[in-house]
Ligand binder design. Sequence first.
Ligand code: TYD
Length: 213
Amino acid sequence: MFITFEGIEGTGKSTQIARVREYFEAQGREVVQTMEPGGSRIGVELRKMLLHVDNREITPTTELFLYLADRAQHVGQIIRPALEAGKVVLCDRFADSTIVYQGYGRGLDTSMLRELNGVAVNGLWPDLTIVLDIDPEIGLKRATLRNIEDGKAKEEGRFEAEHLSFHQRIREGYLTWAAFNRKRIRVIEAAGTPEEVFARVKAAIENLGNDAA
Ligand code: TYD
């Protein structure tokens, strides 16, 4: 089973992914937890280029191809082999991030992005995508604080430094994109305690089992 997690900064994705991991492990399933960008060795190098605050001159098209390169490597080297071995793969961001950030965010054509994503994922789409939804003002505050605490404000601060209106566009982008993909994408309210949010996430996962049966 392949589940991806999406949302703007500071929605509590990492916390939820950790819970989902525990949930599957408690059922005796083997879980591979991974992320984009940076889920493979080569991806780690690409991630550094993509997220460093000094790389502001990066053009939208360059940015796009770096994310796609990261994804192609990740799918080929990590995700597909894990799924073929019967493992559960939990991925922090995947192809929908490209549609939303490079498309709705940077203004690249979303149908072109769909096609290029198709090349990168090579037929491998998630069984379920969870979009954690939160007011960008709350999300950004959480994310900036976390980066400062982790001492990562420079290395990983490029997106957090974007204007609030960019993040608002991203949030709306997710909601629009989710509405086009109702079968695969579930939007989950991310305000509330981690327990409350996890109850919603778990329901979405268990529902998926019912749909498939
Ligand atoms: P990361 O620190 O992993 O963000 P978060 O903690 O919010 O998951 O940084 C990834 C950033 O890269 C994030 O701001 C979204 C962006 N991104 C894209 O623009 N396009 C993509 O295809 C992917 C995978 C990520």
